[in-house]
Design a protein around this ligand. Structure first.
Ligand code: ZN
Length: 309
């Protein structure tokens, strides 16, 4: 019997930090660290900083089965498109990482939302399909079908944050269009709507000049009418988006992650209640629950991508 003793490096590149992890092939987490996402040299500095951090930990690249890396942008093969926040634009991530490492190592590149969904997928026993909605500054969505990441032909499958929920009367989204889901149900959307309602004259305990999404959720839990309206609205549109997605995909699991999921059952119970009102009847058995890996979903997913390569 051949025993595979090689190990796996998992990387999850975000706008401010790169989460890095060193796993055994069986999935034992040996070490975890952060590297700052430097914008120096059109963002190329990130790769040499990652390489340095591996060297500092005496990780022998000859003993590595592969490196899995999640990146914020649509991915096809090993290239990410429009990762503008990192200064990369369009970049062959594998080529850039191998160059910085100074030696050939198998590198697997995936979109960050997809890789997080893949990490969560393995936490659910006998799961067939799954979507992970990450409610943060924006809304990410990774989709796993029959145990595999579903990328779509443009690497943009699961861009549920830009699903249309309202028309010309909706708030303007970062994508340049109006009324996208994330203008209602991301952290940014929640604070924008709270300000909008207060400025329109509704009474609230919140000061619109100093609010964030957590404050809105805390105020909603304490019974503030504006905050409750905003949270309720977020849940309402999330339920519609999930119902619309599921009428096409017929998934067996939908998980809610990201900063807003920290509001716990307060948000998720509202989503579930609206879902029961709006979902196609044969699909109402769908289990909507909180994701379990938190900020580590990406590194676990990056590990799994290499383990199952
Ligand atoms: Zn949009």
């Amino acid at each position: 019997m051949v025993i595979d003793m090689k190990e796996i490096i998992a990387l999850d590149v975000g706008g401010s930090t790169v989460k890095c992890a060193h796993f055994t092939t069986e999935g034992i987490l040996k070490d975890k660290w952060l590297v700052t996402s430097s914008k120096t040299g059109a963002g190329m500095q990130i790769f040499s900083d990652i390489a340095k951090s591996l060297k500092k930990r005496n990780i022998d690249l000859e003993n590595i089965k592969g490196i899995g890396i999640g990146v914020p942008g649509p991915v096809l093969d090993t290239t990410v498109y429009e990762a503008v926040n990192l200064g990369w634009g369009t970049l062959d991530v594998k080529e850039a990482l191998v160059k910085a490492l100074g030696q050939e190592v198998p590198v697997y590149v995936e979109n960050d939302a997809n890789i997080a969904a893949y990490g969560e997928y393995f936490t659910i026993k006998d799961a067939d399909s799954l979507a992970l909605l990450t409610l943060g500054t924006g809304i990410g969505d990774g989709i796993i079908l029959n145990g595999k990441i579903y990328r779509g032909v443009n690497g943009s499958a699961g861009e549920i944050g830009h699903m249309k929920m309202a028309g010309a009367d909706g708030l303007l989204c970062n994508c340049g269009l109006k009324g996208c889901l994330e203008t209602f149900a991301s952290a940014t959307g929640v604070t924008r709507h709270t300000k909008k309602f207060i400025e329109a004259g509704m009474n609230s305990s919140l000061n619109p000049a100093h609010i964030n999404a957590k404050m809105v959720f805390d105020a909603a839990k304490a019974g503030d009418a504006v905050a409750l309206k905003v949270v309720d609205q977020a849940a309402y549109y999330l339920a519609h988006a999930i119902a619309n997605m599921n009428v096409i995909l017929d998934l067996d699991n939908v998980l809610i992650g990201g900063g807003l999921s920290e509001a716990g059952l307060f948000l998720i119970d509202k989503i579930k209640a609206y879902y029961q009102d709006v979902a196609f009847k044969p699909l109402r058995g769908l289990d909507i629950k909180k994701a379990s890996l938190g900020n580590d979903a990406g590194i676990y997913g990056a590990f799994r991508v290499v383990q199952h390569a």
